[in-house]
Design a protein around this ligand. Structure first.
Ligand SMILES: [Zn+2]
Length: 454
C-alpha cells in the first residue's frame, strides 16, 4: 500500500499525510551521526538549548548569498541551508531557467539520499509549454548520495538562447531529495507540485559543455532553538521535554512499539532522568502518541466516534519501526503498521524538538502522527482506491482521514491553544495544517472534493 506524500519546504504547506515517509523523513548522510542533537534535560526541564548538530559547520546562520551567475543557467550557491523536497514519482518538481547557449549537454542537480535507498532519477527538459524535449536518467546507488548528480545527454539538446525551459526531476521511489535554496536564481523559479514558487529555486546547473567541475556545496548551520521555552500546555511544550516513565508505560500498555530500527545513535532521553533510554526517533514515536492524546476535538472525527488516540490504539495493535523501508505500510503482520525509522541525521533541532521547523514545515512528531493515522486507516479500509490516490473523500480512506485530521486540528480543537507556535508566529502550526489540508484536497483524491467549509 505504498502511497505518496507531497513535500514542500520553507513556509509552504506540507502534505504531512501519506504512506511515504521518506518524504516525511529527511534522509541521512551515510557518514554523519544518526542522532540529530544532544539533549540532556530532565523530563520537566526547559527545551534543550540545543547543540548544533555536529555534522554542520557553525557558521552561516542566514541564507547564503548567491554566487555570481556564470554564463550558463545555474543555481549553485556555495552553502545550503537545509531545505529540500522529496521526489515522489508522480509529483511535478521542476526548475525553470532561461537558456544561454543554444545546446545543453549535461545537467546537474544537487540531491541527497540516505544509505540503503537507491533509485534511478529521471531528468526531463521541457519547453515552457511543458512539451518534452529530452530525457535521461542517472542512478543513485544504495550507498546514498549527498551532492551533485550529473545527467549527460547523448546528443546535445538544442534550445533557443533567452527562452524559458524546465528541468523536471523525478524518482521512481521517494527516497531521493532535491535541495532547494531561497530565490537565488533570478531567471527562473522552482516548480513545486506543478506550481511555480517565486521565493525558492532548486539547486541545479545547466551545462553547454560536456563536463564541468562542480563546486562543493556545504551546509549552513541550523539555527539554535530559541532559549525561551514553549508555552505551557502546548504540543511544543510536550515535544520539548522527554516523555516520563509513566507516560511511556501507559502507552506501552495500549500498543506495542517495536523498534527494529530507530534504536541506534545517541540517547536524547534517559531512564536515569525519569524517562526511558530513547533515541531521538524513539522519543518522537512516543511523543506522537502523546500528541494524539492531546488532540481532542469539539466534534467527532468524520471516521470514528472515538477520540483520536483511542481509535488508533484500538485499530492498530502494534507499530513496527524499521530502518529498511522508506515508505510506511500497514498490516505486516496483521493490524501492525510499519513505519520507516531510518535516516534522521539531517533533522534540524526544531524538527526534533518542535511540532514543525518553519524552514521545512515539518517535524518528526508531526510526521509520525500523520503517518500513524494514515496507515492505521489502511487496516480498516484496505488499499488506496485510485492508484496511489483515493477515489473520493467520501470513502474516508487513508487520505480522507489524514486530510480530515488537518481540518479538525485547524477548526475543531477542544483547546486550540495546544497548537500555539512560539515562532515564527502563534498561528503558524494552524496555518500549516490548513495548507496541508489544501494540498491533500487537491492532490490526494481522484475526485477532488470541494473546499471544506467549517
Ligand atoms: Zn497509504
Amino acid at each position: 500500500m505504498n502511497c505518496k506524500a507531497f513535500w514542500f519546504v520553507f513556509l509552504v504547506v506540507i502534505l504531512t499525510a501519506g504512506c511515504a515517509p521518506a518524504p516525511l523523513t529527511p534522509a541521512a548522510l551515510p557518514v554523519t551521526p544518526t542522532a540529530p542533537a544532544t539533549a540532556t534535560q530532565t523530563p520537566t526541564a526547559a527545551p534543550p538549548v540545543e547543540a548544533t548538530p555536529t555534522f554542520l559547520p557553525e557558521t552561516h546562520l542566514s541564507l547564503p548569498s548567491p554566487t555570481p551567475l556564470p554564463s550558463e543557467p545555474r543555481n549553485a550557491p556555495t552553502t545550503w541551508d537545509g531545505a529540500w523536497t522529496n521526489l515522489d514519482p508522480s509529483n511535478f518538481m521542476a526548475q525553470t531557467f532561461r537558456a544561454v547557449s543554444s545546446a545543453i549537454r549535461s545537467v546537474e542537480v544537487n540531491v541527497f539520499a540516505g544509505k540503503g535507498g537507491g533509485d534511478t532519477l529521471t531528468l526531463t527538459i521541457l519547453d515552457a509549454s511543458r512539451n518534452v524535449l529530452a530525457e535521461t536518467s542517472a542512478p543513485v546507488g544504495a550507498e546514498g548520495i549527498d551532492g551533485w548528480l550529473r545527467f549527460e545527454f547523448s546528443e546535445p539538446v538544442p534550445v533557443r538562447p533567452g527562452e524559458e525551459y524546465l528541468l523536471r526531476l523525478r524518482g521512481s521511489k521517494v527516497w531521493v531529495n532535491w535541495k532547494l535554496s531561497g530565490d537565488l536564481y533570478p531567471q527562473g523559479s522552482a516548480i513545486v507540485l506543478g506550481e511555480p514558487s517565486s521565493f525558492e529555486d532548486f539547486i541545479f546547473k545547466v551545462n553547454a559543455a560536456a563536463g564541468e567541475d562542480s563546486n562543493p556545496l556545504t551546509e549552513a548551520a541550523y539555527e539554535q532553538l530559541p532559549a525561551i521555552p514553549p508555552q505551557p500546555g502546548t504540543l511544543d511544550e510536550m515535544i520539548a521535554r522527554c516523555p516520563t516513565a509513566e507516560e511511556i508505560a501507559a502507552i506501552d500498555r495500549d500498543i506495542e512499539l517495536i523498534f527494529e530500527g530507530g534504536n541506534t545513535g545517541e540517547l536524547v532521553c534517559k531512564a536515569s532522568e525519569g524517562s526511558a533510554d530513547l533515541t531521538a526517533f524513539q522519543k518522537s514515536a512516543y511523543q506522537a502518541l502523546l500528541a494524539m492524546k492531546m488532540l481532542t476535538f469539539t466534534r467527532p472525527l468524520p471516521w470514528t466516534d472515538r477520540p483520536l488516540y483511542d481509535w488508533f490504539v484500538s485499530t492498530a495493535k502494534g507499530i513496527r519501526f524499521r530502518d529498511d523501508i522508506s515508505q510506511g505500510s500497514c498490516c505486516s503482520p496483521a493490524r501492525v503498521i510499519n513505519i520507516p525509522s531510518g535516516s534522521f541525521a539531517r533533522l534540524s533541532p526544531r524538527e526534533t524538538w518542535r511540532w514543525a521547523d518553519p524552514r521545512s514545515g515539518w517535524g518528526l512528531v508531526q510526521g509520525n502522527v500523520n503517518l500513524f493515522v494514515h496507515e492505521a486507516r489502511h487496516i480498516e479500509k484496505g488499499p488506496h482506491t485510485c492508484g496511489n490516490l483515493d477515489k473520493s473523500l467520501s470513502e474516508m480512506n487513508a487520505y480522507g482521514v489524514t486530510y480530515s485530521l488537518q481540518l479538525w486540528m485547524a477548526y475543531f480543537l477542544s483547546n486550540p491553544a495546544i497548537l500555539t507556535a512560539q515562532e515564527p508566529y502563534a498561528e503558524y502550526y494552524r496555518d500549516l495544517a490548513l495548507g496541508a489540508a489544501e494540498s491533500l484536497r487537491t492532490l490526494a483524491f481522484c475526485e477532488t472534493p470541494p473546499p471544506f467549509v467549517p
